[in-house]
Design a protein around this ligand. Structure first.
Ligand SMILES: C[S@@+](CC[C@H](N)C(=O)[O-])C[C@H]1O[C@@H](n2cnc3c(N)ncnc32)[C@H](O)[C@@H]1O
Length: 210
């Protein structure tokens, strides 16, 4: 794939108008995604995994990789000692690539921001990298993650700074005041794709669910 194609894919995702558009762009990108993100120096999986290992005991489970894509994180979660991990994504094409890697116990095609196919308190921890970002999922995706994560569990999220400043941070303060969860870690801003000109900063946070 040419550099122009890759840039137009990223641009198309950031500007997608609906969840269906997002899924279509990722379906078409799935087979080239790992290589493109590697060339862009994509850092969210490594940074979110570091935060998960700091806050979630080895072997805890089940874990949910929310917006798992092709499973870049899943490969490393197994190495880090988490052997029951389920993947959820809106794109069937991305999940198909993840499925071929044989690293997830289950694959769920579903959309964050809607009611997810899990019971209350079902998972011990959630990791979501590169999903709470422009044109993907906003703060509305957080509530159902809080519902399905067990009390005492941990949610690790990367959040694009523009979302953080425009309501995400305020929503977390509200949830803390209501006793729903606590912000227990925050990397502060970093650039997730240093190889991609114009990438704006994101941060990675950890929430402890009460
Ligand atoms: C930048 S990729 C990140 C994938 C993977 N977490 C990683 O770090 O490589 C964003 C992923 O979010 C998924 N996605 C976007 N909107 C979604 C939604 N509403 N619900 C579930 N997944 C979504 C896309 O299909 C895509 O796989």
């Amino acid at each position: 794939m040419s550099a122009e194609d890759k840039t137009s894919r990223l641009g198309a995702v950031y500007q997608a108008g609906s969840s269906e558009d997002v899924a279509r762009v990722y379906d078409a990108w799935a087979e080239n995604y790992d290589q493109d993100m590697s060339l862009a120096g994509y850092r969210h999986p490594a940074i979110s995994l570091a935060l998960l290992c700091r806050h979630v005991p080895k072997g805890a489970g089940p874990l949910l990789d929310a917006g798992a894509g092709t499973g870049l994180i899943g490969e490393w979660l197994a190495i880090a000692g988490f052997n029951h991990v389920e993947a959820l994504d809106i794109s069937a094409g991305m999940l198909a690539v993840a499925g071929r890697k044989g690293i997830y116990q289950a694959l769920h095609q579903a959309a964050l921001g809607t009611r997810l196919p899990f019971a209350d308190n079902q998972v011990a921890a959630i990791i979501s990298a590169g999903v709470f970002t422009s044109g993907h999922v906003g703060v509305e995706g957080l509530d159902d993650l809080l519902r399905i994560c067990a009390p005492g569990g941990t949610i690790i999220l990367t959040v694009k700074d523009v979302l953080w400043q425009s309501g995400f941070s305020a929503r977390i303060k509200e949830l803390e005041a209501a006793g729903v969860c606590a912000l227990i870690d925050d990397t502060g801003p970093y650039v997730s794709m240093p190889g991609e000109e114009g990438t704006t900063p994101s941060r990675c946070i950890a929430l402890r669910v009460h």
